[in-house]
Design a protein around this ligand. Sequence first.
Ligand code: UDP
Length: 233
Amino acid sequence: MAKLYEGKAKIIYETDNPDEVRVLFKDDATAFDGKKKGSIEGKGECNAAISARLFEYLEGQGVPTHYVERLSAKELLCRQLEIIQVEVVARNVAAGSLAKRLGLEEGLVLDRPVLEYYYKSDELGDPLINRYHIRLLELATDEQLDELDRLAWKINELLYEFLDERGLRLVDFKLEFGLDSEGTILLGDEISPDTCRFWDVESGEKLDKDRFRRDLGRVEETYQEVRSRIVDA
Ligand code: UDP
């Protein structure tokens, strides 16, 4: 079946059903706006398995997602979405660009978790935006944005607890949402160590893509470790 889209970490193929797509997870890894490129053996399988498990869990808790079923080790069947061009980032602990931008020490627990929006634009390097910018660019209506906020907070609460029980501290993560053919907002994309920061609850060790971004070593092993904690537990 025809390829609809190829991104940095996934390929989307059409299926016989116009409302569904096949999502293939790749081993390719990029960081720093694509300036750093590499491959992480087994990442595609790990991220497909981790995403499937987390989408199943969220669906079971009443969060509408695009996930339909797992087709193979590296492939998920998902609902076709028109993606809202806003990345929603939720943060529980200061790290990454938040720590840098606001001069906060990495690891500072945020008394009040933070939500941020980024404009999905490779050309512009995904700039940080606010509600006024979203209105200006007509990326989402106010009602849709309220729904994204509500879902992002609910997902944060659900995932934080689910992961904590598995020894993973949910530091921050990025979500993407889209509209199905009826205009309903569904959670899309993936939830994996590529899109979340996970720190070991006991040791604080980084168990996510920062191992690749910052050349911390044991990259492949880390994806396997996270898969086993989330999928086998
Ligand atoms: N993130 C992502 N895709 C992006 C940018 C960020 O999945 O294009 C995730 C990232 O893995 C982290 C969270 O969003 O869990 C916050 O990322 P941050 O803004 O700190 O940027 P980074 O340090 O990754 O450049």
